[in-house]
Design a protein around this ligand. Structure first.
Ligand SMILES: *[C@@H]1O[C@H](CO)[C@@H](O)[C@H](O)[C@H]1NC(C)=O
Ligand SMILES: *[C@@H]1O[C@H](CO)[C@@H](O)[C@H](O)[C@H]1NC(C)=O
Ligand SMILES: *[C@@H]1O[C@H](CO)[C@@H](O)[C@H](O)[C@H]1NC(C)=O
Length: 407
């Protein structure tokens, strides 16, 4: 998910406070993670997939969220974390589009109905509020779909059970304790920010993890996330895109989209306002659809329209291109061309989604206002092992049957 624009300045302000306070944390050796001379660390965990009933979508042009009543398979991926001492297990959405780790907390001024108990800091012996001049440091994060969380920052022990059976313990992890939270799926008890910002989970894992993470999302079956050395992506079929980091855009990983091919018809961003050299699209594990500005997106839609002979179908929004069809066969293959040499041939399942009772497929690309972020969403990333390597500034993609990879 992407944080909404106006609040970014606000959040950055708190992240600055945070950076000072948490440097203490970074220099403190952890049980499992370690001084710079220790060998690099890594582990893997399983994810569960959730069909969100409350879509995690950026604001539409008119500022409303027109898809809230639709029944798209609007998936997010959840990881288990244990918070506090004794540990309380929660499941939270993994999100490379933000950099705060938060969970709903007691006492709740306004909490949504989550699965499982809400974390109660008064019952944890390791909970330490982060102190600001006038009490605990507040945080306030609003995401692009208008979901928000407000609460206070605290240092707390976070334990992650890896697939190897070895728990990874992160004492004094900066987390947001959310007392007023709204707009999130009740399957998830919070969000695990995985951006490059100082308070994200991957950054707080420490230098030995090198900021490395990778995931493999599957529509059915197992999905996984890997951290540190387990997250390296290489081997047959691996392609890499340049990663761009913009210091004024807290925590986002950018890719630079050069062109989209619809079948053999290659549509360049060059000549449109979307064209850039330094990153024009955020790669996000926490947003389902792919979003591009109308100026360019319209051309891609037209190219699809010129190929598909099926009858146009009922669309839940003017913004979507839908057809009556029982099969994906009528649709062209879409390839996304990213700077650095990653030409991603998307499976049709990644590009066209069905909704409602079926019989209708819609292109999973949404055209947005040019002031909104362009987002490479998680549906398009299905069945790629996607690896983020901030030290070499690359995002690598390896075509992978994610559901069979670890079985
Ligand atoms: C999620 O949605 C898909 C497709 O609509 C469905 O097949 C699947 O069973 C749903 N999964 C859950 C956990 O509800
Ligand atoms: C929660 O935050 C919203 C949005 O700012 C605000 O309108 C509401 O009053 C808050 N609720 C409580 C109980 O503090
Ligand atoms: C989550 O929300 C759905 C839809 O509103 C509801 O059917 C379900 O019972 C809720 N689950 C929990 C655990 O509250």
């Amino acid at each position: 998910m992407i944080m909404a624009l106006p609040l970014q300045i606000f959040i950055t302000y708190f992240l600055l406070i945070t950076a000072t306070a948490s440097s203490r944390f970074h220099s403190k050796p952890l049980d499992a993670a370690p001084s710079p001379t220790s060998p690099p660390a890594g582990f893997t965990i399983e994810l569960t997939r959730s069909n969100s009933s409350s879509p995690r979508l950026p604001n539409d042009v008119d500022g409303s969220s027109p898809y809230a009543d639709t029944v798209f398979d609007d998936a997010s991926y959840l990881m288990k974390l244990q918070i506090g001492t004794p540990p309380v297990e929660i499941e939270a959405e993994i999100d490379t589009g933000s950099s705060i780790v938060w969970t709903q907390c007691q006492p709740c001024a306004n909490c949504y109905n989550q699965k499982g108990p809400i974390f109660d800091p008064s019952k944890s012996s390791t909970y330490k509020p982060q102190k600001c001049d006038d009490g605990p440091c507040p945080y306030d994060a609003t995401y692009a779909d208008k979901s928000y969380t407000k609460g206070t920052y605290a240092f707390e022990t976070v334990t992650i059970q890896s697939t190897s059976g070895q728990p990874f313990v992160m004492p004094e992890t900066l987390i947001g304790c959310g007392h007023n939270n709204s707009g999130f799926s009740n399957a998830s008890s919070g969000i695990v920010g995985l951006g490059w910002g100082s308070s994200s989970l991957i950054t707080q894992m420490g230098e030995n993890f090198l900021g490395l993470l990778s995931y493999c999302f599957s529509g059915q079956g197992t999905s996984k996330i890997n951290f540190g050395t387990n997250a390296l992506v290489s081997g047959d079929g691996t392609v890499s895109a340049n990663m761009f980091i913009k210091t004024e855009k807290q925590g986002f990983y950018y890719l630079n989209l050069e062109a989209v091919s619809v079948g053999d018809n290659r549509i360049e961003t060059l000549g449109t306002p979307f064209h850039a050299l330094d990153g024009n699209m955020v790669i996000d594990s926490g947003t389902t659809f792919t979003y591009m500005p109308e100026s360019y997106c319209g051309e891609v839609k037209e190219a699809v329209e010129s190929v598909v002979k099926a009858e146009r179908g009922a669309s839940p929004s003017d913004n979507l291109l839908c057809y009556n069809s029982d099969t994906l066969d009528v649709f062209p293959v879409i390839t996304m061309h990213f700077s650095g040499g990653a030409d991603l041939v998307l499976d049709k399942y990644n590009t066209y989604v069905t909704y409602g009772a079926g019989g209708v497929y819609c292109l999973a690309f949404m055209c947005t206002d040019p002031t909104s972020y362009a987002i490479f969403g998680n549906r398009a990333q299905h069945n790629f092992l996607v690896g983020y390597d901030p030290s070499s500034l690359l995002v690598s993609f390896k075509p992978t049957d994610c559901s069979s990879l670890w079985s």
